[in-house]
Write a protein that binds this ligand. Structure first.
Ligand SMILES: [Zn+2]
Length: 105
């Protein structure tokens, strides 16, 4: 199970916790919540997880750069959204290893 809570994203006074079986679903849930309840102009879950048109052989760092660039382009003026996305990505880092079949844990 993967879970992310709103407060970890820097949003105060919200007890929402998104929980799902995998990172993809948890990101969808939290993005939906942030849009609905916090009126944040969030990029889509796939934009955050990395755009589907990014070639598979692209490294994680490169994918992240692509996503961050897309995110910056779209939400240049919205610092609040950028901060939330940045924090969300930080929170997802350990789960990337979880997705990796070679995980040690
Ligand atoms: Zn919330």
């Amino acid at each position: 199970m993967v879970s992310i809570n709103c407060q970890d994203l820097g949003i105060k006074n919200c007890s929402y916790v998104a929980t799902a079986e995998n990172t993809g679903d948890v990101v969808k849930k939290i993005v939906h919540h942030l849009r609905q309840y916090h009126d944040l102009n969030m990029p889509s879950a796939s934009e955050i997880l990395w755009a589907e048109d990014v070639p598979k052989e692209t490294s994680r760092a490169e994918k992240r750069a692509v996503v961050e660039e897309a995110q910056t382009e779209t939400h240049k003026t919205d610092e609040g959204v950028q901060l939330v996305v940045k924090r969300l990505m930080e929170l997802l880092k350990p789960f990337e290893d979880f997705k990796n079949p070679k995980r040690e844990k």
